[in-house]
Design a protein. Sequence first.
Length: 251
Amino acid sequence: MRSHVALSESACAIRANKFPSVTDPTNSRSRRVRKALSVVSGLLLTLTIVPTSLGQASDRPCPPASERTDEPAPACFTAKQELGRLPERPMFWHLAVYPTLAAAERAKGARSTVVESFGKIWLFTIADAGWRSVGGKRAAKIGPLPVQRNIDYEAVYMQSVFLPGTTAPLHTHSGPEAFYTLTGGTCLETPEGAQVGNGPGHVIIVAGGPPMLLMATGTEKRRGLVLILHNSLEPATTMVHDWKPKGFCKK
């Protein structure tokens, strides 16, 4: 509160073109102004140096594909797509790889998105079990996804590179999340227990709602693709501070 008062007095002095002497250590107004400026400078410095990795991954865009490296980095999103209401039948995440961006664009369906990730061109599609990509190489069909009726969904596609033992902050999602891992191991703990997968192509699916801990396991760098299919009226990700994992995931 004292800083706010000092700032107001300083502002009045500026308007009147009257500055207190900053060279006179006995000037009480000078001391208040210096203290206020010190507080403001500290706050600005703190805001400046807070790393973006502390933010929610689903809100942090990835760098352009040409600027990404294979070094461990915070998870980031590669694309987002509004899907609206989904058909009332089992829905899956279809992944296909294409030789060119143009070929992938030509194969897009109503709920498809073209993504460049890990040196490949992907076509991600949310569709029923019978959907087939045209002209691409099928990589996976993941599901059925635990979605609900009468909800407008948004798909958030992400990528991450974790060293073994790395964990994501505790969080929850307003819809299902699916993991497709290219290399390395994964352990996902929720209050219901843990899911574990190892090696290229392993899949983990978790319904929206429960808090979770994601950990890269094994001895190999974990490279993964992620789908968060969340309620578009709610945040995709919310940090959790009132749940403690039981330690089912081991480094």
